[in-house]
Design a binder for this molecule. Structure first.
Ligand code: ADP
Ligand code: MG
Length: 581
């Protein structure tokens, strides 16, 4: 081993800067946070060459006094901690590191003026050396320009992506910070072109407007407002309904005490709240604004301050799960509308493609027949549709391909995926009977013996717990089990497939303890194996029974994997399709 020696200052600086400044968006984040701490109301952001060439942030905040200008770029120089107290931090910055770190890896220019100064002053810094300070033109507030990023830091420069990707990260950073501060207006310019404007909203409905502005109409219409107030936390925000889901967490924004954070623990808690409503590889989208007493929070656990420690984490987690689940359950039958839009778009584009003069050719010898021709006559004569037109899912009038139900309300036509809908109903029934300790079981006339190709011990060790879910079995020889009873609601099913799916769930848990997260997952994998699968023919009465059950069943707008159980088209949209309006 070589002799131990202290590293030279410039290496220490670049190592320290490397922790704070990962890529151009980190600079944007730090500078925006400084402007926000300086109480700016309007912030302009200019980015050139993906941030590598130039970043300029201009704010109308309190400004920096001439005497403080030289100091603000020094390490651990901050105006935000008084009495050396780290226990109640209410500003976004407090470590006094950002400007110093930025100055270590770029050419930095700070122009600033407070309301007490008659003119602005400009400071020039390169590789942490102050090169010049001189009077300058400038309004109240601060303008910071960063050039030649990572010029002296080739390793980091090598890892930068192309301009487009860096711009993407920058935009996402600005958007999430804008959500965390709806009262501030942001103008964003990319290579001298104005890319977006988030106008300030000083009203009470600030968050709502910002969410609409940034997350878009589709999200807004597919989300539910939540709000809960406790003495250890206040939570408010928008949570997507399960049919509005994504393949990752990218769009979710979590703000704690005005700080945008990336907290895996909170994301895990959210995922648990959606258990049974979404497939494992799909994620909801949320905008959460959480307020926690400053003394209960430690933001000083991560160099980029994106993670936090919370004193009352357990209480906050359970409050969050509760409010999400209750809100989703109370919401009843809604779905996100994006499916209908997709459907309509395919119609509209098809129309354009083919032109209206297209010829329709019917194949020979094909007999067209509705599955429920006979019953539909009864309906017309009894005027039954009218009696049901006020029900949320209306009156079922036909079935297509023994898979989908068509129903009609006063002003809509609804298509229902019968398997997805039934799966949800079975799950909710199983859940409520599980929590009342009475899952009804059915004794199999012929006990079924199945070979287990996976780890049989996992089943045998958890026999009692699986029994509580309504599945009674015993070991049978070395690699088989004998299944004696199953939940009656499932009807006749393929037992081997049920056990294969159960295995996939069980092996995910370190220990099977039937907490509410495990219950959701286990019961939803059981509910998949119900009998009214796609392909079963239903009569009008059975179809309508299914619709009425859906109306009473919590969460029945989506199946257990987050797909919609129904889509609807308004009669108006159908009229539009035919060019009537
Ligand atoms: P921190 O934000 O942790 O205090 P920084 O290095 O980011 O550390 O900033 C150092 C100091 O410079 C801040 O404490 C603040 O006094 C001053 N400062 C930086 N940016 C601005 C700004 N945009 N407006 C007013 N003051 C600023
Ligand atoms: Mg700062």
């Amino acid at each position: 081993m070589n002799k131990i020696r202290l590293l030279p200052d410039y290496i220490i600086d670049t190592i320290a800067a490397g922790e704070v400044i990962e890529r151009p968006y980190s600079i944007i984040k730090e500078l925006l946070e400084n402007s926000i701490d300086a109480k700016a109301e309007n912030i302009d952001i200019h980015v050139e060459g993906g941030g590598e060439n130039k970043i300029v942030i201009i704010d109308d905040g309190k400004g920096i006094d001439e005497n403080d200008l030289n100091l603000c770029v020094k390490r651990h120089a901050t105006s935000k901690i008084s009495n050396n107290d780290l226990s109640k931090i209410s500003t976004l910055g407090f470590r006094g590191e950002a400007l110093y770190a930025i100055a270590s890896v770029s050419k930095l220019e700070i122009t600033s003026k407070t309301s007490l100064m008659s003119n602005a002053f400009k400071l020039l810094v390169e590789e942490n050396k102050v090169l010049d300070k001189k009077p300058s033109k400038g309004k109240n507030g601060t303008s910071i320009s960063v050039e030649n990023l990572f010029k002296n830091f080739p390793v980091r420069k090598k890892f930068l992506s192309n301009k487009k990707t860096e711009n993407y990260y920058i935009r996402e950073t600005i958007k999430s910070i804008a959500i965390s501060h709806p009262r501030i207006s942001f103008n964003y310019f990319e290579d001298n072109k104005l890319k977006f404007v988030f106008a300030s909203k000083k009203t009470i409905s600030g968050l709502k407007n910002r969410v609409l502005e940034i997350m878009g109409q589709d999200f807004y219409e597919s989300s539910l407002f939540i709000e809960v107030k406790k003495n250890y936390c206040n939570i408010k925000g928008y949570i997507s309904i399960p049919t509005y889901n994504k393949s990752n967490w990218k769009d979710t924004v979590i703000v704690v005490n005005n700080r945008v954070i990336k907290d895996r623990n909170i994301l895990g808690v959210i995922k648990a709240a959606y258990a049974g409503l979404l497939a494992g590889n799909r994620f909801p989208v949320l905008v959460l604004d959480i307020k926690i007493p400053y003394e209960d929070i430690d933001a000083n656990v991560h160099p980029r301050k994106t993670e936090i420690s919370l004193l009352e984490r357990k209480k906050i987690n359970s409050t969050l799960i509760k409010v999400i689940r209750e809100t989703l359950e109370k919401a009843g039958l809604i779905n996100s509308g994006i499916y209908e839009k997709k459907l309509l778009n395919t119609f509209y584009t098809d129309n354009k493609k083919d032109n209206v003069t297209k010829q329709i050719i019917f194949p020979n010898n094909i007999k067209y027949k509705f599955d429920n021709e006979v019953q539909s006559k009864d309906i017309a004569s009894n005027n039954t549709i009218n009696d049901y037109k006020d029900f949320r899912l209306g009156f079922a009038i036909a079935q297509i391909n023994s898979m989908f139900i068509i129903s009609q309300t006063k002003d809509k036509v609804i298509l229902i995926d019968q398997h997805a809908a039934h799966e949800r109903i079975v799950l909710e029934k199983l859940k409520s009977s599980f929590f009342n300790n009475n899952i009804q079981r059915q004794i199999l006339l012929m006990p079924e013996i199945i070979d287990i190709d996976s780890d049989i011990k996992l089943f045998l060790d958890n026999k009692k717990k699986i029994g509580e879910l309504g599945i009674i079995f015993d070991g049978y020889g070395q690699n088989s089990i004998i299944v004696r009873e199953l939940p009656s609601i499932l009807g006749k099913i393929k037992v081997k497939e049920l056990f294969d799916d159960l295995y996939l769930q069980l092996e995910k848990f370190d220990e099977v303890n039937l907490n509410s997260y495990q219950i959701e997952n286990l019961l939803s994998s059981i509910a998949c194996h119900n009998s009214i699968r796609a392909g079963r023919k239903l009569n009008i009465e059975e179809m309508n029974n299914l619709l009425r059950l859906m109306e009473e069943t919590p969460n029945s707008g989506q199946c257990n994997h987050g797909r919609p159980t129904f889509v609807e088209l308004s009669i108006k949209d159908i009229e539009k399709l035919f060019g009537r309006i």
